[in-house]
Write a protein that binds this ligand. Structure first.
Ligand code: HEM
Length: 403
């Protein structure tokens, strides 16, 4: 059997995983996939998909069978454009690239960013509480990524352009559908920008400059270094914005959990993890099956492409009781930041950002109101595009009625 043929009796679903209705109703779509089998063939995309927690986690742990080196997108063009990145690499090349990124993203390296994040978060919450109503995604969730993280990356393009590149990059990871094709020109500009980056145009001491320095020191080839600029620009903003927007929504719609958090700040890390589980900003990435294998009796052949749905795994009721509920009592890890060799290298940074927001919120805000949520439509990212929100301070009459 070639990689392009699958047996007639395997679990299969005739759904468009990247279509509008799947994007608008992701939870129902993931449920159908989990119900259909441990691994399911999607004929429309000629793609296998995995949606159950246990299987996705096992596949992420087995990076010798499920390979990233031929790209993690669902189309060959984006896979070619992402060659050389940390995300799209295996084995020793992957470990070496990851080490270079961790020079900028380890807990030790990020220690000096913590007070900056805390000050920015505190000033932001004061401003928003004074303002009355505001737009929750652009004015709250995007603030730290745009104001602090973009500056730490240190490239010579505006945060708005970084955001446009990142979003197009994620759209470009879908199959060749209209959304992917619409994003393609911006995705190609993103790629050519990464190839044009020169040290003299970068912020000294910034993360992008650190990648080019690793090349000068002989730790990366120049092709790798240029490709790896994508590792910082692509995933550093939108992912955390979507998770922070989920935090705002979940706390606004669950006043009992919000009060629990205000009474016990040690629960802040749990609130951050739970928001990432519910948001699962990265729906999933693909892998190439590197050797013939079997998943719950279904044969996967070397060379076939398989999508691992982090977002579906995080909604698996066999792993998370009442998965739609925002709860601070969850045990065990979720797959929102991935797992295994490719687990998110920016996890610590995104945690710090969300923790800074929560600490400032708990200190200054008694009540959070949210309404009118709108969903983002993207081939790879999921979450809120916008929502209206209001913060009420401790001394407002509405806040005292609420507690
Ligand atoms: C809440 C925020 C975030 C979420 C939900 C998230 C999600 C993920 C996921 C699911 C993966 C695994 C990819 C795979 O297995 O193929 C990943 C990897 C990665 N993330 Fe994040 N991410 C976040 C924030 C960030 C930030 C802030 C950065 C950069 C500053 C970043 C950079 C990366 C990179 C470079 C990789 C590839 C790591 C590797 O292949 O070894 N991420 N992320």
């Amino acid at each position: 059997m070639t990689p392009n043929t699958v047996a007639a009796n395997v679990p299969r679903l005739d759904l468009d995983l990247y279509g509008r209705s799947a994007l608008l109703n992701p939870i129902g779509t993931y449920q159908r996939i989990r119900d259909a089998g441990a691994v399911v063939w999607l004929p429309r995309h000629r793609l296998w998909v995995m949606g159950r927690y246990r299987n996705v986690r096992e596949a992420l742990r087995d990076d010798a069978t499920y390979l990233s080196g031929a790209g993690v997108a669902a189309n060959p063009l984006t896979n070619a454009l992402s060659a050389g990145t940390t995300l799209a690499s295996d084995a020793e090349a992957h470990r070496q690239r990851r080490r270079v990124l961790l020079h900028s993203l380890s807990a030790k390296a990020l220690a000096s960013a913590v007070p900056v994040l805390q000050e920015e978060a505190s000033a932001l919450i004061t401003r928003l509480a004074d303002r009355g109503q505001f737009e929750g995604v652009s004015q709250f969730a995007a603030h730290l990524p745009v104001r602090v993280v973009a500056d730490l990356v240190g490239v010579n393009i505006s945060p708005t352009r970084m955001l446009a590149y990142g979003r197009a990059g994620f759209d470009g990871m879908g199959p060749f559908n209209p959304r992917m094709l619409k994003a393609l020109p911006t995705g190609v500009r993103f790629w050519s920008y990464s190839r044009s980056v020169k040290t003299k145009n970068l912020k000294p001491g910034g993360w992008a400059a650190a990648i080019l320095a690793a090349q000068r020191e002989g730790n990366l080839t120049s092709a790798e270094a240029q490709a790896m600029v994508i590792d910082f620009i692509g995933p550093s903003l939108d992912t955390t914005i979507l998770a922070s927007a989920q935090l705002l929504w979940s706390l606004g719609t669950n006043p009992a959990v919000w009060n629990e958090l205000r009474d016990d700040r040690t629960q802040i890390p749990a609130a951050v993890s739970e928001a990432v589980r519910l948001a699962s900003p990265v729906r999933g990435f693909t892998r190439i099956v590197g050797r013939d294998t079997e998943v719950d009796g279904v044969a996967l052949r070397r060379g076939q492409r398989l999508a691992l749905l982090f977002a579906s795994a995080n909604m698996d009721e066999t792993q998370f009781a009442q998965p739609r509920v925002f709860s601070l009592q969850r045990k065990g890890s979720n797959l929102g930041w991935g797992f295994g060799a490719h687990a998110c290298v920016g996890m610590h940074l995104s945690r710090l950002e969300m923790q800074a927001l929560l600490e400032a919120l708990v200190a200054q805000v008694a009540r959070i109101d949210v309404e009118k949520p709108k969903r983002l439509l993207n081939n790879t990212l999921q979450g809120f595009r916008s929502m209206r929100a209001t913060f009420c301070g401790e001394d407002s009459p509405e806040a005292s009625m609420y507690r």
